[in-house]
Design a protein around this ligand. Sequence first.
Ligand SMILES: [Zn+2]
Length: 277
Amino acid sequence: MKYIEPHAHMVSRTTDDYERMALAGCEAVCEPAFWAGFDRQSAGGFADYFHQLTEQEPRRAKAHGIRHFCWLCINSKEAENVGLAREVLALVPPLLKRENVLGIGEIGLNKNTRNELKVLEWQVDLAARHRQLILVHTPHLEDKWKGTKLILDVLKSDSRITPERVIIDHVEEHTIDLVLDSGMWAGMTLYPETKCTPARAIDLIEQYGRERVWMNSACDWGKSDPLAVPKTALEMKKRRHSPAEILEVTWNNPVRFLSQSPHFKLENPGVPGKSGG
Ligand SMILES: [Zn+2]
């Protein structure tokens, strides 16, 4: 099969992981800016990270025949420090021109604090002013439903934001309908234990359909699996989803959403057309 990994933190993965992903059929990987496993001490730490995302990782991916794209922002965890957030956001606009940058992400909320909300609003404004796609991280576990509601309120209250140009990631059973009803896209994160397991993700697809959804591994330094997307595709096959239906969520849908950025270019993207629902 061929597939797109639309959300993976490759800076935390080994070269062997790139090789395994390439062998499994990965053609492109998209890497949102996020927390690095520790709080960075200065805006300089983010400048280096953005350099890594826009210069180094594309080279590492290319060595395995994989296209690498990225998203830029300050994540919600470190956005609690609003002074730092202001400095980091000043670094972003000139970098949006770099050829692998798809938009602003993954922004959102972590603990749903007032500071996080303020920085979220700044980043939505940044995306609107620069006509960028938005990728959103939603909080974990007990904070998820409330956080998703708060994030949707911020996005919906800004008339410059087009819902089809926003993807809300890490949806679960209790948040997917909120997201799809808003007209935005929904990302399902395939974690071995938390977020969405492969079986739960397939249940959601069977319940809500294939329109405006994608699946990702969000693999990072924590317990996660860079092959979660092809493994879930295999599981879909066992549950009698047709090859065309599997292709829809693992390839066509990511191509449809990401092609809204002029920077998203593939050798052979196929012709996605309208989503099959
Ligand atoms: Zn992530």
